[in-house]
Design a protein around this ligand. Sequence first.
Ligand code: UDP
Length: 151
Amino acid sequence: MERTLIIIKPEGVQRGLIGQILARFEQRGLKFVGLKMLQMSPALAEEHYAVHKGKPFYTGLVKHITSGPVVVGVVEGRGAIKMVRTMMGATNAAEAAPGTIRGDFALEIGYNIIHGSDGPETAAREISLFFKPEELLDYRLASESWLYEEQ
Ligand code: UDP
C-alpha cells in the first residue's frame, strides 16, 4: 500500500468543493488515514514548494497557498500516488481532461484546486511536513475486501 499527500488549495475551500473532492477519492476506493484543515505559514509553504524556489511563479504560489485555509489529507491505497495524480489532471487546469478534478472544477494553472505528491520520495517528505506519525491511522475499511482482488 502507498500513501500520498493531497492538499485542497484555498480556492477549493473557498468555492465549497471540499466535500466533492474528498468524495471522489473515497468513491474510487482510496482510504483517508489522516485529514485536517489549517492555514499554511509562509515557512511551511516555502518548505513544501522548495523544489520551485527561484522559478517565476514561486513567490505568487507561496502567497496564494498561504492566503486562506486548506484541507490536507493522507490517502492510502494500492498505487495511490499515481492514481491521485491521474485523478487530479494536468497541472494547467485549462488543459486538464474532463473527468479529472482540475478538468471539472478549474480553469487556470495557479488556481488548480488540488495538490498531490508526485512520487514516493516526495510523498514521504510532504506527509512528514504536515502530519506527525501519531496523526496517521492504521485501520482497515470493510470495503477493502471488495476493492482489492488480492488481500
Ligand atoms: N504553478 C503555477 N505556474 C506555473 C507552474 C506551476 O502557478 O507555471 C503552480 C500550480 O498551481 C501547480 C504548482 O505551482 O499546481 C506546483 O507546480 P508543479 O509543477 O509541481 O505542478 P503539480 O504537481 O501541482 O501538478
